[in-house]
Design a binder for this molecule. Structure first.
Ligand SMILES: Cc1cc2nc3c(=O)[nH]c(=O)nc-3n(C[C@H](O)[C@H](O)[C@H](O)COP(=O)(O)O)c2cc1C
Length: 365
């Protein structure tokens, strides 16, 4: 099997995007190595400024775009010819600034979910026509709404669409809590419906990328056989040497069992999938510490407004830095399958090599 991926003006040797993982799980190092190995490497915007050299505990709005650009440059230093892009969540207050900061630093694509990115082409406008725009949806209806709005207001269609499966993906999910895991959602029907919609209505061959629960070569091959043009994988890349998280975060994946993975309600009003073994301690530790909203990072946040639930950025940052008991470890439903720390190159070899040899495709410098 040899199948590349072209999105807009950008092509990579393999049909794989790294799923953006916020608060420095997929920062410059992981994104750079995925791009070096021949995938689309994604730096996630959410909370990237926290714990960066630009942050003083109060200035996330200023630190975020600067830290974001540092990480995009770090990725390019690893893979100068690679396809490096970003993941920006619509739900955050500095969405437009982060999109522009990414474009200025040379991002080649923007993947955008946690809300419908209706304004995205207007933000990028005519200044960065070469940047590919890729919404994340969990229904064909959402893809249709975005396409109609983008075409009407900006004479533009998505360059690709990520279809994210709420029953398996990690992090925030685009479906109501009560509908997740009921069996009502059909991931590959949605993938094919989105593909067909663009073909029929717009006569456009828009790449559709399946995300959620894709762990190994057989999962990937099934996704491609069932209608996806490419896959987006996130959790699988956490237990790599190159992943930007603390070793304790990776260890939490290695130790978790299927029954430790579950759903929580985020203060953003969206469900999220995470390791829930110590979840009650996330809120309790913040209450004990008198935690207040430090940064106004989300438009809608029940912690900011009513001190309900917990501060998400604090919880994710804690986990990224290694406190996986009082921090929140987001993960996909297959994270329990992680059984060792590997390298990005080894994962690419397993997924794509013609003869399944275990030698890395590229040296891991
Ligand atoms: C630790 C973690 C953090 C994530 N953060 C984000 C994020 O900031 N923005 C986003 O759109 N998706 C985020 N996701 C979702 C992934 O990008 C991806 O679509 C999903 O996890 C795919 O499923 P998989 O993990 O089973 O491969 C996150 C997932 C994980 C595991």
């Amino acid at each position: 099997m040899k199948k590349g991926l072209t999105i807009g003006l950008h092509s990579a040797p393999f049909p794989l995007l790294l799923g953006g993982m916020g608060v420095r799980i997929s920062a410059g190092r992981l994104a750079g190595h995925v791009a070096l190995c021949g995938g689309f490497g994604t730096v996630a915007a959410a909370g990237i400024g926290v714990n960066s050299r630009h942050y003083n505990g109060r200035n996330l709005a200023q630190a975020d775009p600067l830290a974001f650009q540092d990480e995009i440059r770090k990725a390019y230093a690893i893979a100068p010819q690679g396809v490096i892009g970003v993941n920006c969540m619509v739900a955050v207050t500095n969405y437009a600034e982060m999109v522009l900061a990414a474009c200025e630093a040379g991002a080649k694509f923007i993947v955008s979910g946690a809300g419908l990115p209706m304004q995205l082409p207007g933000i990028v406008a005519d200044r960065f026509p070469e940047v590919a725009l890729i919404p994340i949806v969990s229904s064909s209806r959402a893809a249709e709404l975005i396409a109609r709005k983008w075409h009407k207001n900006y004479a533009r269609l998505p360059d690709a669409v990520v279809v994210e499966d709420p029953d398996t993906a990690g992090g925030h999910l685009g479906e109501k809590l009560e509908n997740i895991g009921t069996g009502a959602y059909d991931q590959y029907q949605t993938v094919r419906d989105v593909k067909e919609y663009f073909r029929k209505v717009w006569q456009a061959d828009v790449p559709v990328i399946a995300a959620g629960g894709i762990w190994d070569r057989s999962d990937m091959e099934q996704a491609l056989a069932r209608g996806a043009d490419a896959v987006q994988m996130a959790s699988r890349f956490v237990c790599t040497e190159e992943c930007d998280a603390d070793p304790a975060f990776k260890q939490a994946y290695l130790e978790c069992r299927p029954e430790d993975i579950g759903l929580i309600m985020s203060p953003a009003g969206l469900p999220g999938r995470a390791i829930i073994r110590h979840f009650d301690q996330v809120r309790q530790s913040q209450l004990d510490a008198g935690q207040r909203c430090p940064s106004n990072c989300l438009h809608r946040c029940s912690f900011k407004e009513d001190r309900e639930r917990f501060c998400i950025i604090e919880a994710l940052d804690r986990a990224q830095r290694g406190d996986v008991v009082r921090g929140l470890v987001f993960c996909g439903s297959n994270a329990w399958k992680a059984d060792r720390i590997t390298t990005v190159a080894e994962i690419f070899t397993e997924l794509f090599s013609e003869n399944q040899a275990l030698s890395p495709l590229v040296s891991n410098g």
